[in-house]
Ligand binder design. Sequence first.
Ligand SMILES: [Fe+2]
Length: 405
Amino acid sequence: MNIAKKIYCRLFQFGFKVAIPLLPYRSPHILNKVDEIPQLLKKKDINNVMLVTDEQIRKFGITKRLELILKEQGFKLTVYDKVQSNPTVRIVEEARQQYIQNNCQALIGFGGGSSMDCAKAVGALIARPKSTLEDLGGILRVWARTPYNIAIPTTAGTGSETTVAAVILDDETGHKYALMDFPLIPDVAVLDPETTRTLPPKITAGTGMDTLAHAVEAYIGGSTTRQTRREALRCVRLVFKYLERAVKNGNDMQARRGMLRASYLGGCAFTVSYVGYAHAVSHSLSGRYNLPHGETTAVILPYVLEAYGTAIYPQLKALAIAAGIAHMDTDETIAAQSFIRAVWELNRRIGIGSRIPAIKPEDIDKMAQMADAEGNPVYPVPVLMDAKQLKRFYVDVYEQGGTRA
Ligand SMILES: [Fe+2]
């Protein structure tokens, strides 16, 4: 990256870092059980709600308990269950129309990141009826009170239950972009491990590593606060303790609960301190080839950590201590390299590979430009890279181009 762009990026990031204490970050109210929702809605004088979810989750009966108790207690319930992985502009618009037609007063995003993001995006359009999603994409463009929003994650997770972001896919261009504004932070997050019990091992693995990436990228970035560093370290400790257990035995409720907590903490960390190039590269890949975000991020993460080199060794040592693989007196280089190795090994043990065979070499230039546009100047990454430098990650994970077995 040339020096002028580097200066621009760092000044931009410095501006946002200085502004952190002035910005209206808030944490959602936490409920531990879905059953507590009706009482809360009554307190808020809300009796007409819209559930935003996907067909699979509904088919597995995961939303059934909530639907029953809401109906039993006299709530009017509208269900929109057409969310797909990577919610599209068309889907958000469809859900918005149902919300208006049924005079709903609140949104419940019940599912993975896609359902929660879809509910947030519907809220943004309700708050700003004259704007399109594209108008609202980017930082601080919603700027209006959104409807009461309850987020119920069924994966652990995207952290969407606590973040300012809603990621949307433009179905026509394949471009993924995020709406990022404070009104999008859900009012309530329901961390009920029962909602994750039936999550298949593959999705548990991918979304769990996404959680790890949130904490790691936030921690190694240049915009941390004492609180986000603490949240990131707690998240990393929980992921290394519980993710493998949750993947291998979905009924291990202690592990499921630990991962939901990790997801929430990772979300709290990155919504203030941002993610980094693992996410920027991953978004371009999952948008282009419709791949699950968690899995692509998991594959990319250790390559990115290796590429940052010694610049992040002090932070990686702290992460290694949190993960339980190093001590205070461990040599910094050894601890840092052990952490990267531990990420590779955790990926391998839970069935995540080190390649993305879907990549087509002719797409790499375009995707690297998209990652550059997403990451720079917003993400306060430890080492700045432009599109040309980011290309290495696509080549690394491309089936024939990779260097790691
Ligand atoms: Fe993520």
